[in-house]
Design a protein around this ligand. Structure first.
Ligand code: WTA
Length: 652
């Protein structure tokens, strides 16, 4: 059990089904009945949910799947276009004047943009026709490297409209990371902005793309002017959007897509190797994001929904773009950061745009909690009706601060557990249906069948702790790893045959509530961002003075986990501050600033078994300052290594 789970109390209930009084879409009885039906009569249940969308050919079957061998299909004979469902359908229904997106720029004095569904339709059509003019065709992979601005959403929707497969790369990733992702999925087009803004500083997006394209070629780059900063344009390859889009037609039909056609690829870190291109398909993802958004956030027409995630992460895909827009909601897009120009930026923005539903990450809550209650109290937060969190376990202390200080003790808080691979929320309380327990994600969403298993694969019943698996398919699940189905099967379905293994540890209490305890593999979660320790290690050993590196996570007050790197140097090399700085730089260059090591611990040797395997358990304990409980060290080839490591432990 993690340290965090140790001081959580199962019996602390927070009863706040406040939404019920206002007519929530799910009462406790409805949840029970719907959940049961979603498992016992899954086909009928999911065809009913799917019927809220407009299909060019209605599906007659829902799930058609097997986890052994792995083959997953949903709504397989159906045909639809997600862009039509997120945009055109609302205009056709007479809701063209409803707000689709509100853009709050990095600079609080900067111009806000309010985009109606009718305007969104026109923007997406313009982008879609420009992509076609550039040569993009159905099935092509299009890399999107954008700041958090509406054009990022236009780009995603334009791809969906014409059947191109988008691969969005978070703006904090380095040129090396961009090149690797472009190469992996043989992407032939890039859409980027000149630069982005973040906390008053610019991010050189186009320059990073240029550097990436020195390593890998594409047919064309579409550049959107945002900051107006100077960028180099490569004649013949690069096109300004405002020039190329000039004169394109004002209509562009939505490409009818088979439900199992690909919608997007999103790269995510695992415990081994390079990041994986997780592939989601059109029909199941559309139904999953529409349904989860509807029930988890209990959205009411006219409300402003704000998910603070970047579109470069799955949370931005599902709950900035596809979930809200398919529901005809108004989504806020925020380009800035929580602590600039001041620590009240989130709360000022909630008040300014009368946000009703606010969805953010525990790391942001912990950082803002440190600033005390004054920045929150400076603003009128009475528009808020629901709060949510995602990305990592939330410690009860942060949960209570969020609930009491931001929610004034009156709002439901949904702690939503899910993953890039799951497409949308999997475990959560539903407002109106469930009471909450601070620190617990809650109950399975409709159709989700969680199982806790021990190391040998035995399914554990009742109140227990184990490895979290999902026993049945759900519409939103990823279908494959792009170009490497074996890796998909190996990573998710081979540890426990016939089950999807999440990589997370989890506890279930006597009330059937799930408590995620964190990753049980070599993935760490830094500020809600997944990072493979192997990726950081590969970046470090690229330096010619480094012999070996081992990277582990350690508990960090704000980030959840920090990055602790053990490094051994080549014979004759000496540690120095300059070398430490060079290694940090090396990691930033290979992966990006988000992977910057918190601690570099130079050591003459790493603890290894006689067969040469690094004993990470010991490295984790030392990084956590838990040196009194190192466990069995007798299998080490050289037990004295441990004393050296403890002596050299960084004072924290
Ligand atoms: C962790 C983000 C506890 C978990 C949507 C998971 C969480 C990984 C929660 C996926 C939560 C996400 N409580 N842990 N509410 N939400 N996680 O792919 O370890 O970026 O496996 O998806 O984040 O991260 P990813």
């Amino acid at each position: 059990m993690t340290e965090q789970a140790a001081h959580i109390h199962d019996d602390e209930w927070v009863r706040r089904p406040a939404a019920a009084a206002e007519g929530t879409n799910c009462t406790p009885e409805q949840y029970e009945a719907m959940y049961r039906r979603s498992i016992d009569d899954a086909d009928a249940f999911w065809l009913e949910q799917a019927a809220r969308l407009e299909w060019t050919r209605k599906p007659t079957t829902a799930g058609d799947w097997s986890f052994d061998p792995v083959d997953v299909r949903w709504f397989a004979d159906g045909q639809l276009n997600v862009c039509h469902n997120a945009v055109d359908r609302h205009v056709a229904a007479g809701n063209g004047e409803r707000l689709a997106l509100i853009f709050e720029p990095d600079d609080p004095q900067g111009p806000v943009r309010r985009i109606t569904y009718a305007e969104l339709q026109a923007e997406v059509i313009r982008m879609a026709n420009t992509l076609k003019k550039m040569g993009v065709a159905k099935g092509d992979r299009v890399t999107i490297y954008m700041p958090m601005v509406p054009a990022g959403a236009f780009a995603m929707l334009a791809c969906a409209r014409i059947g191109a497969v988008h691969s969005v790369i978070f703006g904090g990733f380095s040129p090396e990371a961009i090149a690797g992702r472009i190469e992996d999925c043989a992407s032939t087009f890039v859409i980027c902005a000149d630069e982005g803004w973040r906390g008053g500083k610019t991010i050189p997006l186009k320059r990073n793309v240029d550097a990436a394209l020195e390593k890998v070629g594409v047919k064309a780059v579409l550049v959107i002017r945002h900051t107006g900063g100077d960028v180099a344009m490569n004649a013949g390859r690069d096109h300004w959007y405002h020039e190329l889009s000039d004169g394109v037609a004002a209509d562009c039909p939505c490409e009818p897509m088979a439900a199992e056609d690909p919608l997007f690829i999103l790269y995510t870190s695992g415990s081994t190797g390079k990041p994986k291109g997780v592939l989601h398909t059109v029909g199941g993802y559309a139904v999953w994001t529409e349904t989860t958004f509807r029930y988890v956030f209990d959205y009411r027409p006219g409300e402003v929904f704000w998910c603070t995630a970047d579109i470069g992460w799955v949370t931005g895909h599902s709950y900035v773009v596809y979930g809200p827009l398919q529901n005809g909601a108004t989504a806020l897009m925020f380009e800035g950061v929580p602590n600039w120009p001041d620590h009240d930026r989130f709360w000022a923005t909630v008040a300014k745009h009368k946000v009703a539903i606010f969805y953010t990450a525990p790391t942001a809550i912990r950082a803002l909690m440190r600033e005390g209650t004054a920045p929150v109290e400076r603003h009128d937060l009475s528009s808020l009706r629901l709060l949510g969190t995602v990305g990592e376990p939330i410690n009860p202390e942060a949960w209570r601060w969020y609930s009491d200080t931001v929610g004034k003790g009156r709002l439901p808080v949904v702690d939503t557990w899910w993953q890039t691979e799951t497409g949308g929320v999997m475990i959560t309380t539903l407002p109106g249906a469930h009471d909450m327990k601070p620190g617990s994600a809650g109950k399975p969403f409709f159709g989700v069948c969680p199982q806790l298993v021990d190391g040998d694969g035995n399914v554990l019943d009742g109140a227990t702790e184990g490895n979290l698996c999902i026993a049945r398919s759900w519409p939103g699940q990823a279908r494959t790893v792009y170009g490497d189905h074996d890796r998909f099967v190996q990573t998710y379905f081979s540890t426990y045959k016939g089950k999807y293994f999440t990589g997370d540890g989890c506890r279930r209490d006597a009330d059937g509530y799930y408590w995620i305890t964190g990753r049980v593999d070599d993935v760490i979660n830094v500020s809600g961002h997944r990072m493979g320790t192997a990726e950081v290690e590969s970046a470090l050993v690229l330096h010619d003075k480094v012999a070996e590196a081992a990277v582990v996570g350690f508990p960090h007050d704000i980030k959840g986990q920090g990055i602790y790197c053990y490094v051994t140097l080549m014979e004759g090399e000496e540690p120095s501050d300059d070398l430490a700085a060079a290694l940090r730089q090396q990691v930033r260059k290979e992966i990006g600033p988000i992977a910057s090591p918190d601690h570099l611990h130079f050591t003459p040797a790493l603890p290894k078994t006689r067969s040469g395997k690094i004993m990470r358990r010991i490295l984790r304990k030392i990084a956590e300052n838990e040196t009194s409980s190192l466990g069995d060290t007798s299998t080490l080839a050289d037990p004295s290594v441990v004393d050296t490591l403890i002596e050299g432990r960084l004072n924290r």
